[in-house]
Design a protein around this ligand. Structure first.
Ligand code: IMP
Ligand code: MG
Length: 181
């Protein structure tokens, strides 16, 4: 087997932080909250690639309101655990968001650099409303003063993987959310 660079932890070294059942329960609750907030309206879920893809697919299926998808892609971390602090837009949304109810769907709200940059990019579209759904919130790490409207779980300053989240592109497919030692 060729050696993998960067991510050296094996799956057996990972510690489960939230089980798939806990995640499913919380995502259902967030969906119910969005259904109440946007009753009778249409929403566009904008997923931040790639980490939010699994959260978006589960959250969207917890919605009874009329929902469409779009995806946006930025680079912040590269293959490192820590952000360089620089956010670059790799892929913009496909359609104009003017007059739409946007819900920006993100895996983790960490320093807030990514979401403060993306809210500026999307506010320029003049949406009807703009909200943030973040599965995880590392509030203690915040550099930019930004809050999510819908938060799955608050977590301490630990590096997590699974349920879409990676370490050097690995572990996104794990069904549970785990801490990397
Ligand atoms: P921010 O710009 O510092 O808020 O960074 C947010 C992005 O950093 C998230 O979208 C994740 O892609 C990545 N990130 C932050 N913490 C973690 C982590 O613990 N595991 C995996 N990715 C993380
Ligand atoms: Mg991300």
């Amino acid at each position: 087997m060729p050696a993998t660079s960067g991510a050296t932890a094996t799956v057996s070294e990972l510690k489960v932080l939230f089980t798939r059942q806990q995640i499913a329960q919380r995502v259902a609750e967030l969906g119910a909250q969005i259904n109440r907030d946007f009753a009778g309206e249409q929403v566009v879920l904008i997923g931040v690639l790639k980490g939010a893809a699994i959260f978006l697919s589960d959250l969207s299926r917890a919605l009874s309101v009329d929902a469409t998808f779009d995806f946006i892609s930025v680079s912040t971390y590269g293959n490192e655990k820590r952000s360089s602090g620089e956010v670059k837009l790799l892929k913009d949304v496909d359609q104009s968001m003017e007059g739409k109810n946007i819900i920006l769907v993100e895996d983790i709200l960490d320093t807030g650099l990514t979401l403060s940059y993306l809210t500026k990019v999307l506010a320029a579209h003049r949406p009807k409303s703009l909200r943030i759904a973040a599965l995880l919130d590392k509030a203690a790490r915040r550099v930019q003063p930004i809050k999510a409207d819908y938060v799955g779980f608050e977590i301490p300053d630990e590096f997590v993987v699974g349920y879409g989240m990676d370490y050097a592109e690995r572990y996104r497919n794990l069904p549970d959310i785990c801490v990397v030692p």
